[in-house]
Design a binder for this molecule. Sequence first.
Ligand code: ATP
Ligand code: MG
Length: 569
Amino acid sequence: MTQKPVPSNFIENIINEDLERNKNQGRVHTRFPPEPNGYLHIGHAKSICLNFGIADRYGGLCNLRFDDTNPIKEEVEYIDSIQEDVKWLGFDWDDRIYYASDYFEQMYEYAEQLIKAGKAYVCDLSSEEMREYRGTLTESGKESPYRQRTIDENLDIFRGMRAGEFEDGSRVLRAKIDMASPNLNMRDPVLYRILRATHHRTGDEWCIYPMYDYAHPLSDAIENITHSICTLEFEDHRPLYDWVLESLGFDVNHRPQQIEFARLELTHTVMSKRKLRQLVEQGYVNGWDDPRMPTISGLRRRGYTPEAIRDFCNRIGVAKSNSVVEVALLEHCIREDLNARAPRRMAVLEPLRVVLENYPEGLTEEMEMENNPQNPAMGIRKVPFSRILYIEREDFREDPPKKFFRLAPGREVRLMNAYIIRCEEVIKDEETGEVIELRCTYDPTTRSGSEGSTRKVRGTLHWVSAAHALEAEVRMYDYLFLEDEAAEEAETGALELEQMLNPNSLVTLTGVRVEPELADAAPGQRYQFLRQGYFCVDPDSSVENLVFNRIVPLRDTWAKIQKARGGKK
Ligand code: ATP
Ligand code: MG
């Protein structure tokens, strides 16, 4: 059933107009057409949300189609990961999973049809000659000497191409359009090439393969797609898309229409699969799902939720001009999602030992803490407190600067949901001079929630009880590229990747101490570590060896960017 929602972007405007004219008998059918030559990234998420989202909003359908016309770069591993990622994002293609390679036979027949209509010919120019003949933006091209071959001769040679009679690269099938066209894509583009490569689905059945510009409109038409949404760089290819369908007799009111939108680019990262593959293959990251990667699988492992990614895709909107989106917005989306949902826990990333000299030995008290102050329904938990504790090393300064309200010699702080303590003595390593322990006293009348707890101090610290804490590893992630310009240059290939990567994009902390409640933290679970940020249990984690990934720190730089821009959305 077709619905007609209030349009939320220019594409929906187009669809609404089409529905009004009853184009395609009022159907809305989109597709997401990844080439299986890498893992999906956040840019693909934008396209997935757009295509599946439109189908949802209009009560239409969206296909998943693998655009597998290039046998050389494609692998089954990618096909599997793409399906997993689309599902994880929350979308469903039902039984509509297709492969462009399923249509090779049909595409071949359409090619013969073009030849028979005098609209395609076999060309024997070498690729170098073809480049020369093509002309430039300012100069029109020259017609190939093979352009005047007869239909019969063309058919005969093209069949020979399919039958494997010619060498790879020796001939191509070209569309006969216009060598003087101002649009270079229309200067007799190549439709088929000879290539002996084993295809992951069709094996060695074919030694000719269709080009993208020919295969894509046909795949869309064969699947009865109504709106073929792609990124802006295909705008100049649209006349060719239409030419293919027009030349094969597809009626303009019942055939797919190509609509282009701006691709997503993000600060601090690269988005092209070629660059991402380079990062993986050259070992700059630990695989496609490395939590620093902008891939869906990397974001998932990092701890992003599908809800946050979908929210992000909605907020960035769909436009017709390219722009770079601040990664801070993506981070804002996950913070907002997890702020509402993630349980709070205490974790001391860089522990400093604190001994409460006046606290009874052997005593353990249980301090009640809310699991999520944003959501009281998440309940409370009891956190053990005892004589020896850990606090964050950076929460103590022997020589506190102005405005440092945390712990220092002679000063008091509150331990969160526990007592006020005072630092009485600083113990140092005799050789290195490093602070290794604080001797403190606690004020027994200040237990949180008790009557005497009205006394105020300026600093409140998180802590764990040494005897009860669990040890963990925490992987602190930062941007792959420190400078936005660096990511941009890496993308364009102006500089080598290596020169621009952030050397500190991963800092691994071992010996982290976390509260015992985290003993059963299972891979994929997400938490807010109080005062630290949001963290997710890594798949490498086990009961014996807890491993957390930092998703984002607490500080929201997006809010700051917005404020600087005058608070507009
Ligand atoms: P890349 O340049 O990263 O290799 P691609 O466009 O070649 O990307 P495809 O697998 O062909 O990758 O893309 C599948 C679909 O996703 C296409 O419709 C494409 O337009 C869309 N897409 C790819 N990258 C982005 C992006 N950064 N933003 C929005 N959509 C994208
Ligand atoms: Mg592509």
